[in-house]
Design a protein around this ligand. Structure first.
Ligand SMILES: Cc1ncc(COP(=O)(O)O)c(C=O)c1O
Length: 266
């Protein structure tokens, strides 16, 4: 059981007194891709995630009241970080020391997920050696098991969204490429301003500057703006990359356009 609030510690304590728990903390400092606040769970904005320093003493008291032993500490402070954010990862890890030092029974620290993958042509993959060195530098002094729970790092580039093209048409002087699916099937670009790059399936053709638009009745339903894109005469489909994580699990039936099929390729 991982408790992320005073309420959940108390509720669990009533159900299972004298058991072991983990506590999710909020170190009041977070990490995210390209300073994108929408991807951050902890930071300047006060969020619902985890127990803050200000409430930690109370959390320990409640745990004590129920005889709960706190053997795990957990935090997940944001998503999508790459090498440029590793300095910030150091800051997050340092902020966890204050909590760790108050937990004599601690056996495991879970530093959550958040490891990102490149979303644009100029971004590079996270250097796992540098990432591991950052963790070792900041938590290596604790004789404790480390856990990590990466989501998008494993799944995001394992899948893509294959879409049918529906039209190529100027609106005033702006060229739009229409496709048969909208943001409801992969909501991350619309919710978090995460770029999901549309790519042609045929490398032959003429490069045109266009915007790729979805089929939902919402102005925000644009997959990508002003993209240099290779258009071929026989273009029937395009792919949207970075769509392997979250997309279908976040999808909706918005405008009754929620139908899609998923294929697992071996
Ligand atoms: C508690 C927790 N751990 C791990 C993850 C995985 O995050 P990511 O996909 O950024 O690695 C999430 C995602 O929201 C989460 O809420």
């Amino acid at each position: 059981m991982n408790c992320d609030s005073l309420h959940s510690i108390d509720s669990w304590g009533q159900l299972k007194p004298n058991s072991e728990i983990g506590i999710r903390i909020n170190p009041a400092i977070g990490i995210c891709r390209t300073n994108n606040e929408k991807l951050q769970y902890c930071g300047e904005n006060i969020t619902k995630f985890g127990v803050y320093r200000e409430q930690f003493e109370q959390a320990l008291q409640i745990a004590k009241k129920h005889g709960l032993k706190i053997t795990r500490l957990h935090f997940h402070t944001g998503c999508g970080y790459l090498d440029a954010e590793l300095e910030q990862l150091s800051n997050v890890l340092k902020a966890s020391h204050w909590f760790i030092e108050q937990l004599p029974d601690l056996e495991m620290i879970n530093i959550g997920g958040g490891l990102g993958v490149p979303h644009t042509e100029t971004e590079k993959s996270l250097d796992l050696n540098k990432w591991a060195a950052t963790i070792y530098k900041n938590l290596g002094q604790f004789d404790i098991t480390l856990a990590v729970e990466p989501g998008e790092y494993i799944a995001k580039d394992a899948g893509l969204l294959l879409l049918e093209t529906t039209y190529l048409e100027y609106k005033k002087d702006k060229l739009f490429l229409g496709v048969n699916a909208g943001f409801n099937l992969a909501p991350e670009p619309a919710y978090y301003d995460m770029p999901f790059l549309p790519v042609p399936l045929n490398s032959k053709g003429t490069v045109q500057k266009l915007s790729v638009a979805g089929n939902i009745n919402e102005a925000l339903d644009v997959w990508y703006e002003n993209l240099e894109f290779t258009v071929s005469d026989d273009m029937t489909h395009i792919a949207i990359i970075n769509a392997g994580a979250y997309s279908s699990s976040m999808s909706s039936n918005h405008c009754m356009r929620g139908k899609f099929s998923e294929y697992l390729l071996f």
